[in-house]
Write a protein that binds this ligand. Structure first.
Ligand SMILES: *Cc1c(COP(=O)(O)O)cnc(C)c1O
Length: 369
């Protein structure tokens, strides 16, 4: 019997981060001025193979900022996947535009390009694919659609730092891309986010609007309405420390996934997470589908919980939530949402724990638990 709950996620912090954060505290540079903000922006954008990075207070504010600099607002429609974290849709709503929900692809669990194409109207201005649970969306097809229909493509890469699509880093393909550094993401700054882009104009507008749109050459002159979406130096110091270890963190995530795959492969009633041959999945959350004819997902979760194993259900399809309720359905997203579980995916998991979790899942399916 394990007496401590095995968590779904936990931050992976080392002495490198501790030293950098301490430097901020010791020198008093704890707010959003200080050397670490620029350093983090430069290092993270370089990590993504993108020219410019604008650090923000969260992934949500990075999405809102990206949509704002693209000029998206009232009267516009933006395609978002139905199966995503709520922030993707909310950010669209903050601008006054309308999120239009796109169904999922059965295999990759990401935005289905064919359904995206069907949902384009003359009001559509942008597409926001989400790289769900660390698996890149079908970028070539989506980019081709965006170019053909004259739409912007915004990558919501909040769950997929360092993932790759045909050798290209997530965040480097779209017109502008957004990351989150929330405590459970691939790397963390506590709360935090970043907009990355190769477009100099978009980058400088994002930088301006992030900081109350104050004229950089004329203090307290604001030519338009901006936001305070700044990241603090403290957060950025934590981020710089995390970035030194991002390679190791991603390697650990992939090893965890491979070990789960090895142990769960061939188990009747279980679908393993996708990794299409042309992508590198970073397995932010190691996720499986449970066949409801064998056991209901929620029952599996509560049985695992009784064994000291914490899990998460997949997101509800956003178009099923009250404020986004629509008459049209996204049947694949709904199906995935009902069957999906995120298993413990912390880099601190031991091999023994992964074997234990895999065995419990099999025992539960075979009614031994
Ligand atoms: C985490 C997340 C966000 C929002 O990030 P916050 O930093 O929590 O604001 C947006 N989109 C997706 C897909 C996410 O997973």
């Amino acid at each position: 019997m394990i007496n401590k709950l095995i968590p779904v996620a936990e931050p992976d912090i080392s002495t490198a981060e501790w030293k950098l954060v301490k430097e901020c505290l010791d020198t008093g540079w704890i707010s959003s001025i200080g050397k670490f903000v620029n350093r983090f922006e430069n290092k993270f954008s370089r990590f993504c193979s993108v020219k410019y990075g604008i650090a923000t207070s969260s992934g949500t504010t990075s999405l809102h900022l990206a949509l704002t600099v693209l000029g998206i607002g009232r009267g516009d429609e933006v395609l978002v996947p139905s199966l995503t974290f709520i922030a993707t849709a909310n950010a669209v709503k903050y601008t006054g535009a309308r999120p239009v929900f796109v169904d999922s692809d059965k295999i990759s669990w990401n935005m289905d390009p064919e359904d995206a194409l069907r949902k384009i109207t003359r009001r559509t201005k942008a597409i926001i694919p989400v790289h769900l649970y660390g698996h890149p969306a079908e970028m070539n097809t989506l980019m081709a659609i965006a170019r053909k229909k004259n739409l912007y493509l915004i990558e919501d890469a909040c769950q997929a730092h360092g993932a790759e699509y045909k050798g290209e880093k997530t965040g480097s393909v779209g017109d502008i891309s957004c990351f989150s550094f929330y405590g459970n993401k691939i790397i963390t700054t506590g709360e935090g986010g970043m907009v990355v882009t190769n477009n100099k104009k978009l980058a400088s507008r994002a930088r301006l609007l992030r900081d109350q749109a104050m004229d950089p050459k004329r203090r307290y002159w604001h030519g338009e309405i901006g936001f305070n979406y700044r990241m603090t130096n403290l957060q950025a110091a934590l981020g710089v420390g995390q970035l030194k270890r991002i390679g190791k963190i991603i390697k650990a995530k992939r090893e965890i996934a491979h070990l789960y795959n090895k142990n769960l492969k061939g188990t009747p009633g279980i679908t393993l997470p996708p990794e299409l041959p042309w992508v590198k999945n970073v397995y932010w959350m190691y996720s499986i589908l449970i066949e409801p004819a064998l056991i209901k997902r929620d029952r599996m979760m509560s049985k695992l919980f009784k064994n000291g194993i914490d899990t998460r259900p997949f997101f509800y399809p956003v178009n099923r939530l009250p404020m986004y309720h629509r008459s049209h359905r996204c049947p694949v997203a709904e199906h995935l949402s009902e069957m999906g579980i995120n298993l413990p995916s912390s880099t601190k998991l031991s091999k023994k724990e992964i074997l234990f979790i895999s065995k419990k899942i099999k025992d539960i399916l075979e009614r031994k638990e």
